[in-house]
Design a protein around this ligand. Structure first.
Ligand SMILES: Nc1nc2c(ncn2[C@@H]2O[C@H](COP(=O)(O)OP(=O)(O)OP(=O)(O)O)[C@@H](O)[C@H]2O)c(=O)[nH]1
Ligand SMILES: [Mg+2]
Length: 278
């Protein structure tokens, strides 16, 4: 069982922090990977403190699944955080990411170009909460599938430098940061997007709340996918979807478990439309 709040007791947080701190001295900048659907909720509360004055590039990943991406970019940039949006699976935004990373490292790399020598490559490391797409981004940047990827939180392992482009090297060991567990609203969003694993919470209230939120903010996706009547009651929505999609037990009763998993997996795959939940 990876990535439960139990895994992240204070000793583990200290260890995660230490691993990042150790690598920090090796890099010129930190790439902070966030989920574009929940760019605030997917931030680690202590990152700023951990990386201190090291240049930071914010990357809004899974932009293909997110609404309001331009607005999110604007908010971060207006607050003086260099920020780009990417889709690590299909590769959109990656060129811009590389350019921005190199540019942020310039003050450091240029120091080595005195006397006309070629500046050394910029060095970066990726950090982010579980399942945000760290391995996918590394693979996309590296252009080869040598990092283990799986849609399950907490499986990243490895360590070496990868040459990404002319002038950019990446540490092939992302920093795994703990998600925000304290605020129940935030924890809910992290469960929906699978930064917190399904085994450790009760799926029914989680999914009902997701359906209520989607019905309120993004009803078109629900209607288009399931051809249901929009309601403000999550159980009512769950029931309608389950029955429509044949999640039925003997005797015609709703197979709740099957319906819950179906909805979560379709939501996470973007089949209910692009969303913004922060
Ligand atoms: N649609 C979409 N899916 C993505 C994107 N990036 C990653 N994913 C998916 O998100 C899931 C998690 O990706 P990983 O790259 O394994 O995430 P990670 O941060 O390395 O996860 P851990 O190592 O478990 O902490 C996988 O199913 C990926 O295919 C993206 O930009 N768009
Ligand atoms: Mg990984």
């Amino acid at each position: 069982m990876q990535n439960s709040p139990l895994q992240w007791f204070p000793g583990h947080m200290q260890k995660a922090k230490r691993l990042i701190t150790e690598n920090l001295s090796l890099v010129d900048l930190v790439i902070e990977l966030l989920d574009a659907r929940i760019p605030v909720s997917s931030q680690n509360p202590m990152l700023q403190e951990i990386i201190n004055d090291k240049p930071r590039l914010i990357v809004l990943n899974k932009a293909d699944l997110a609404a309001n991406v331009e607005n999110s970019l604007k908010i971060f940039r207006d607050n003086n955080f260099p920020t780009v949006a990417v889709d690590s699976v299909n590769g959109s935004g990656i060129k811009n990411l590389i350019a921005q990373a190199k540019s942020l490292a310039k003050p450091k790399t240029n120091k080595f170009s005195k006397h006309g020598a070629k500046p050394r490559s910029a060095r970066a490391m990726i950090v982010g909460i579980p399942n945000v797409g760290k391995s996918s981004l590394i693979n996309r940047l590296a252009g080869v599938n040598h990092t283990k990827i799986q849609n399950k939180p907490g499986i990243t392992r490895a360590k070496q430098w990868i040459k990404i482009a002319d002038g950019l090297d990446l540490l092939d060991m992302p920093g795994i940061l703990w998600p925000k567990f304290d605020d129940p609203e935030v924890a809910l969003k992290l469960s929906w997007t699978y930064a917190i694993s399904d085994e450790i919470h009760d799926l029914e209230p989680t999914v009902c709340k997701l359906l209520e939120t989607l019905a309120e903010k993004f009803p078109a996706g629900l209607i288009e996918r399931y051809k249901i009547e929009i309601s403000t009651n999550g159980h009512e929505l769950l029931n309608q979807i389950g029955l429509k999609r044949g999640c039925i037990k003997k005797g015609g009763l709703l197979d709740t478990d099957k319906a819950l998993h179906l909805i979560l997996s379709e939501f996470r795959a973007g089949k209910l439309g692009k969303v913004f939940l922060d």
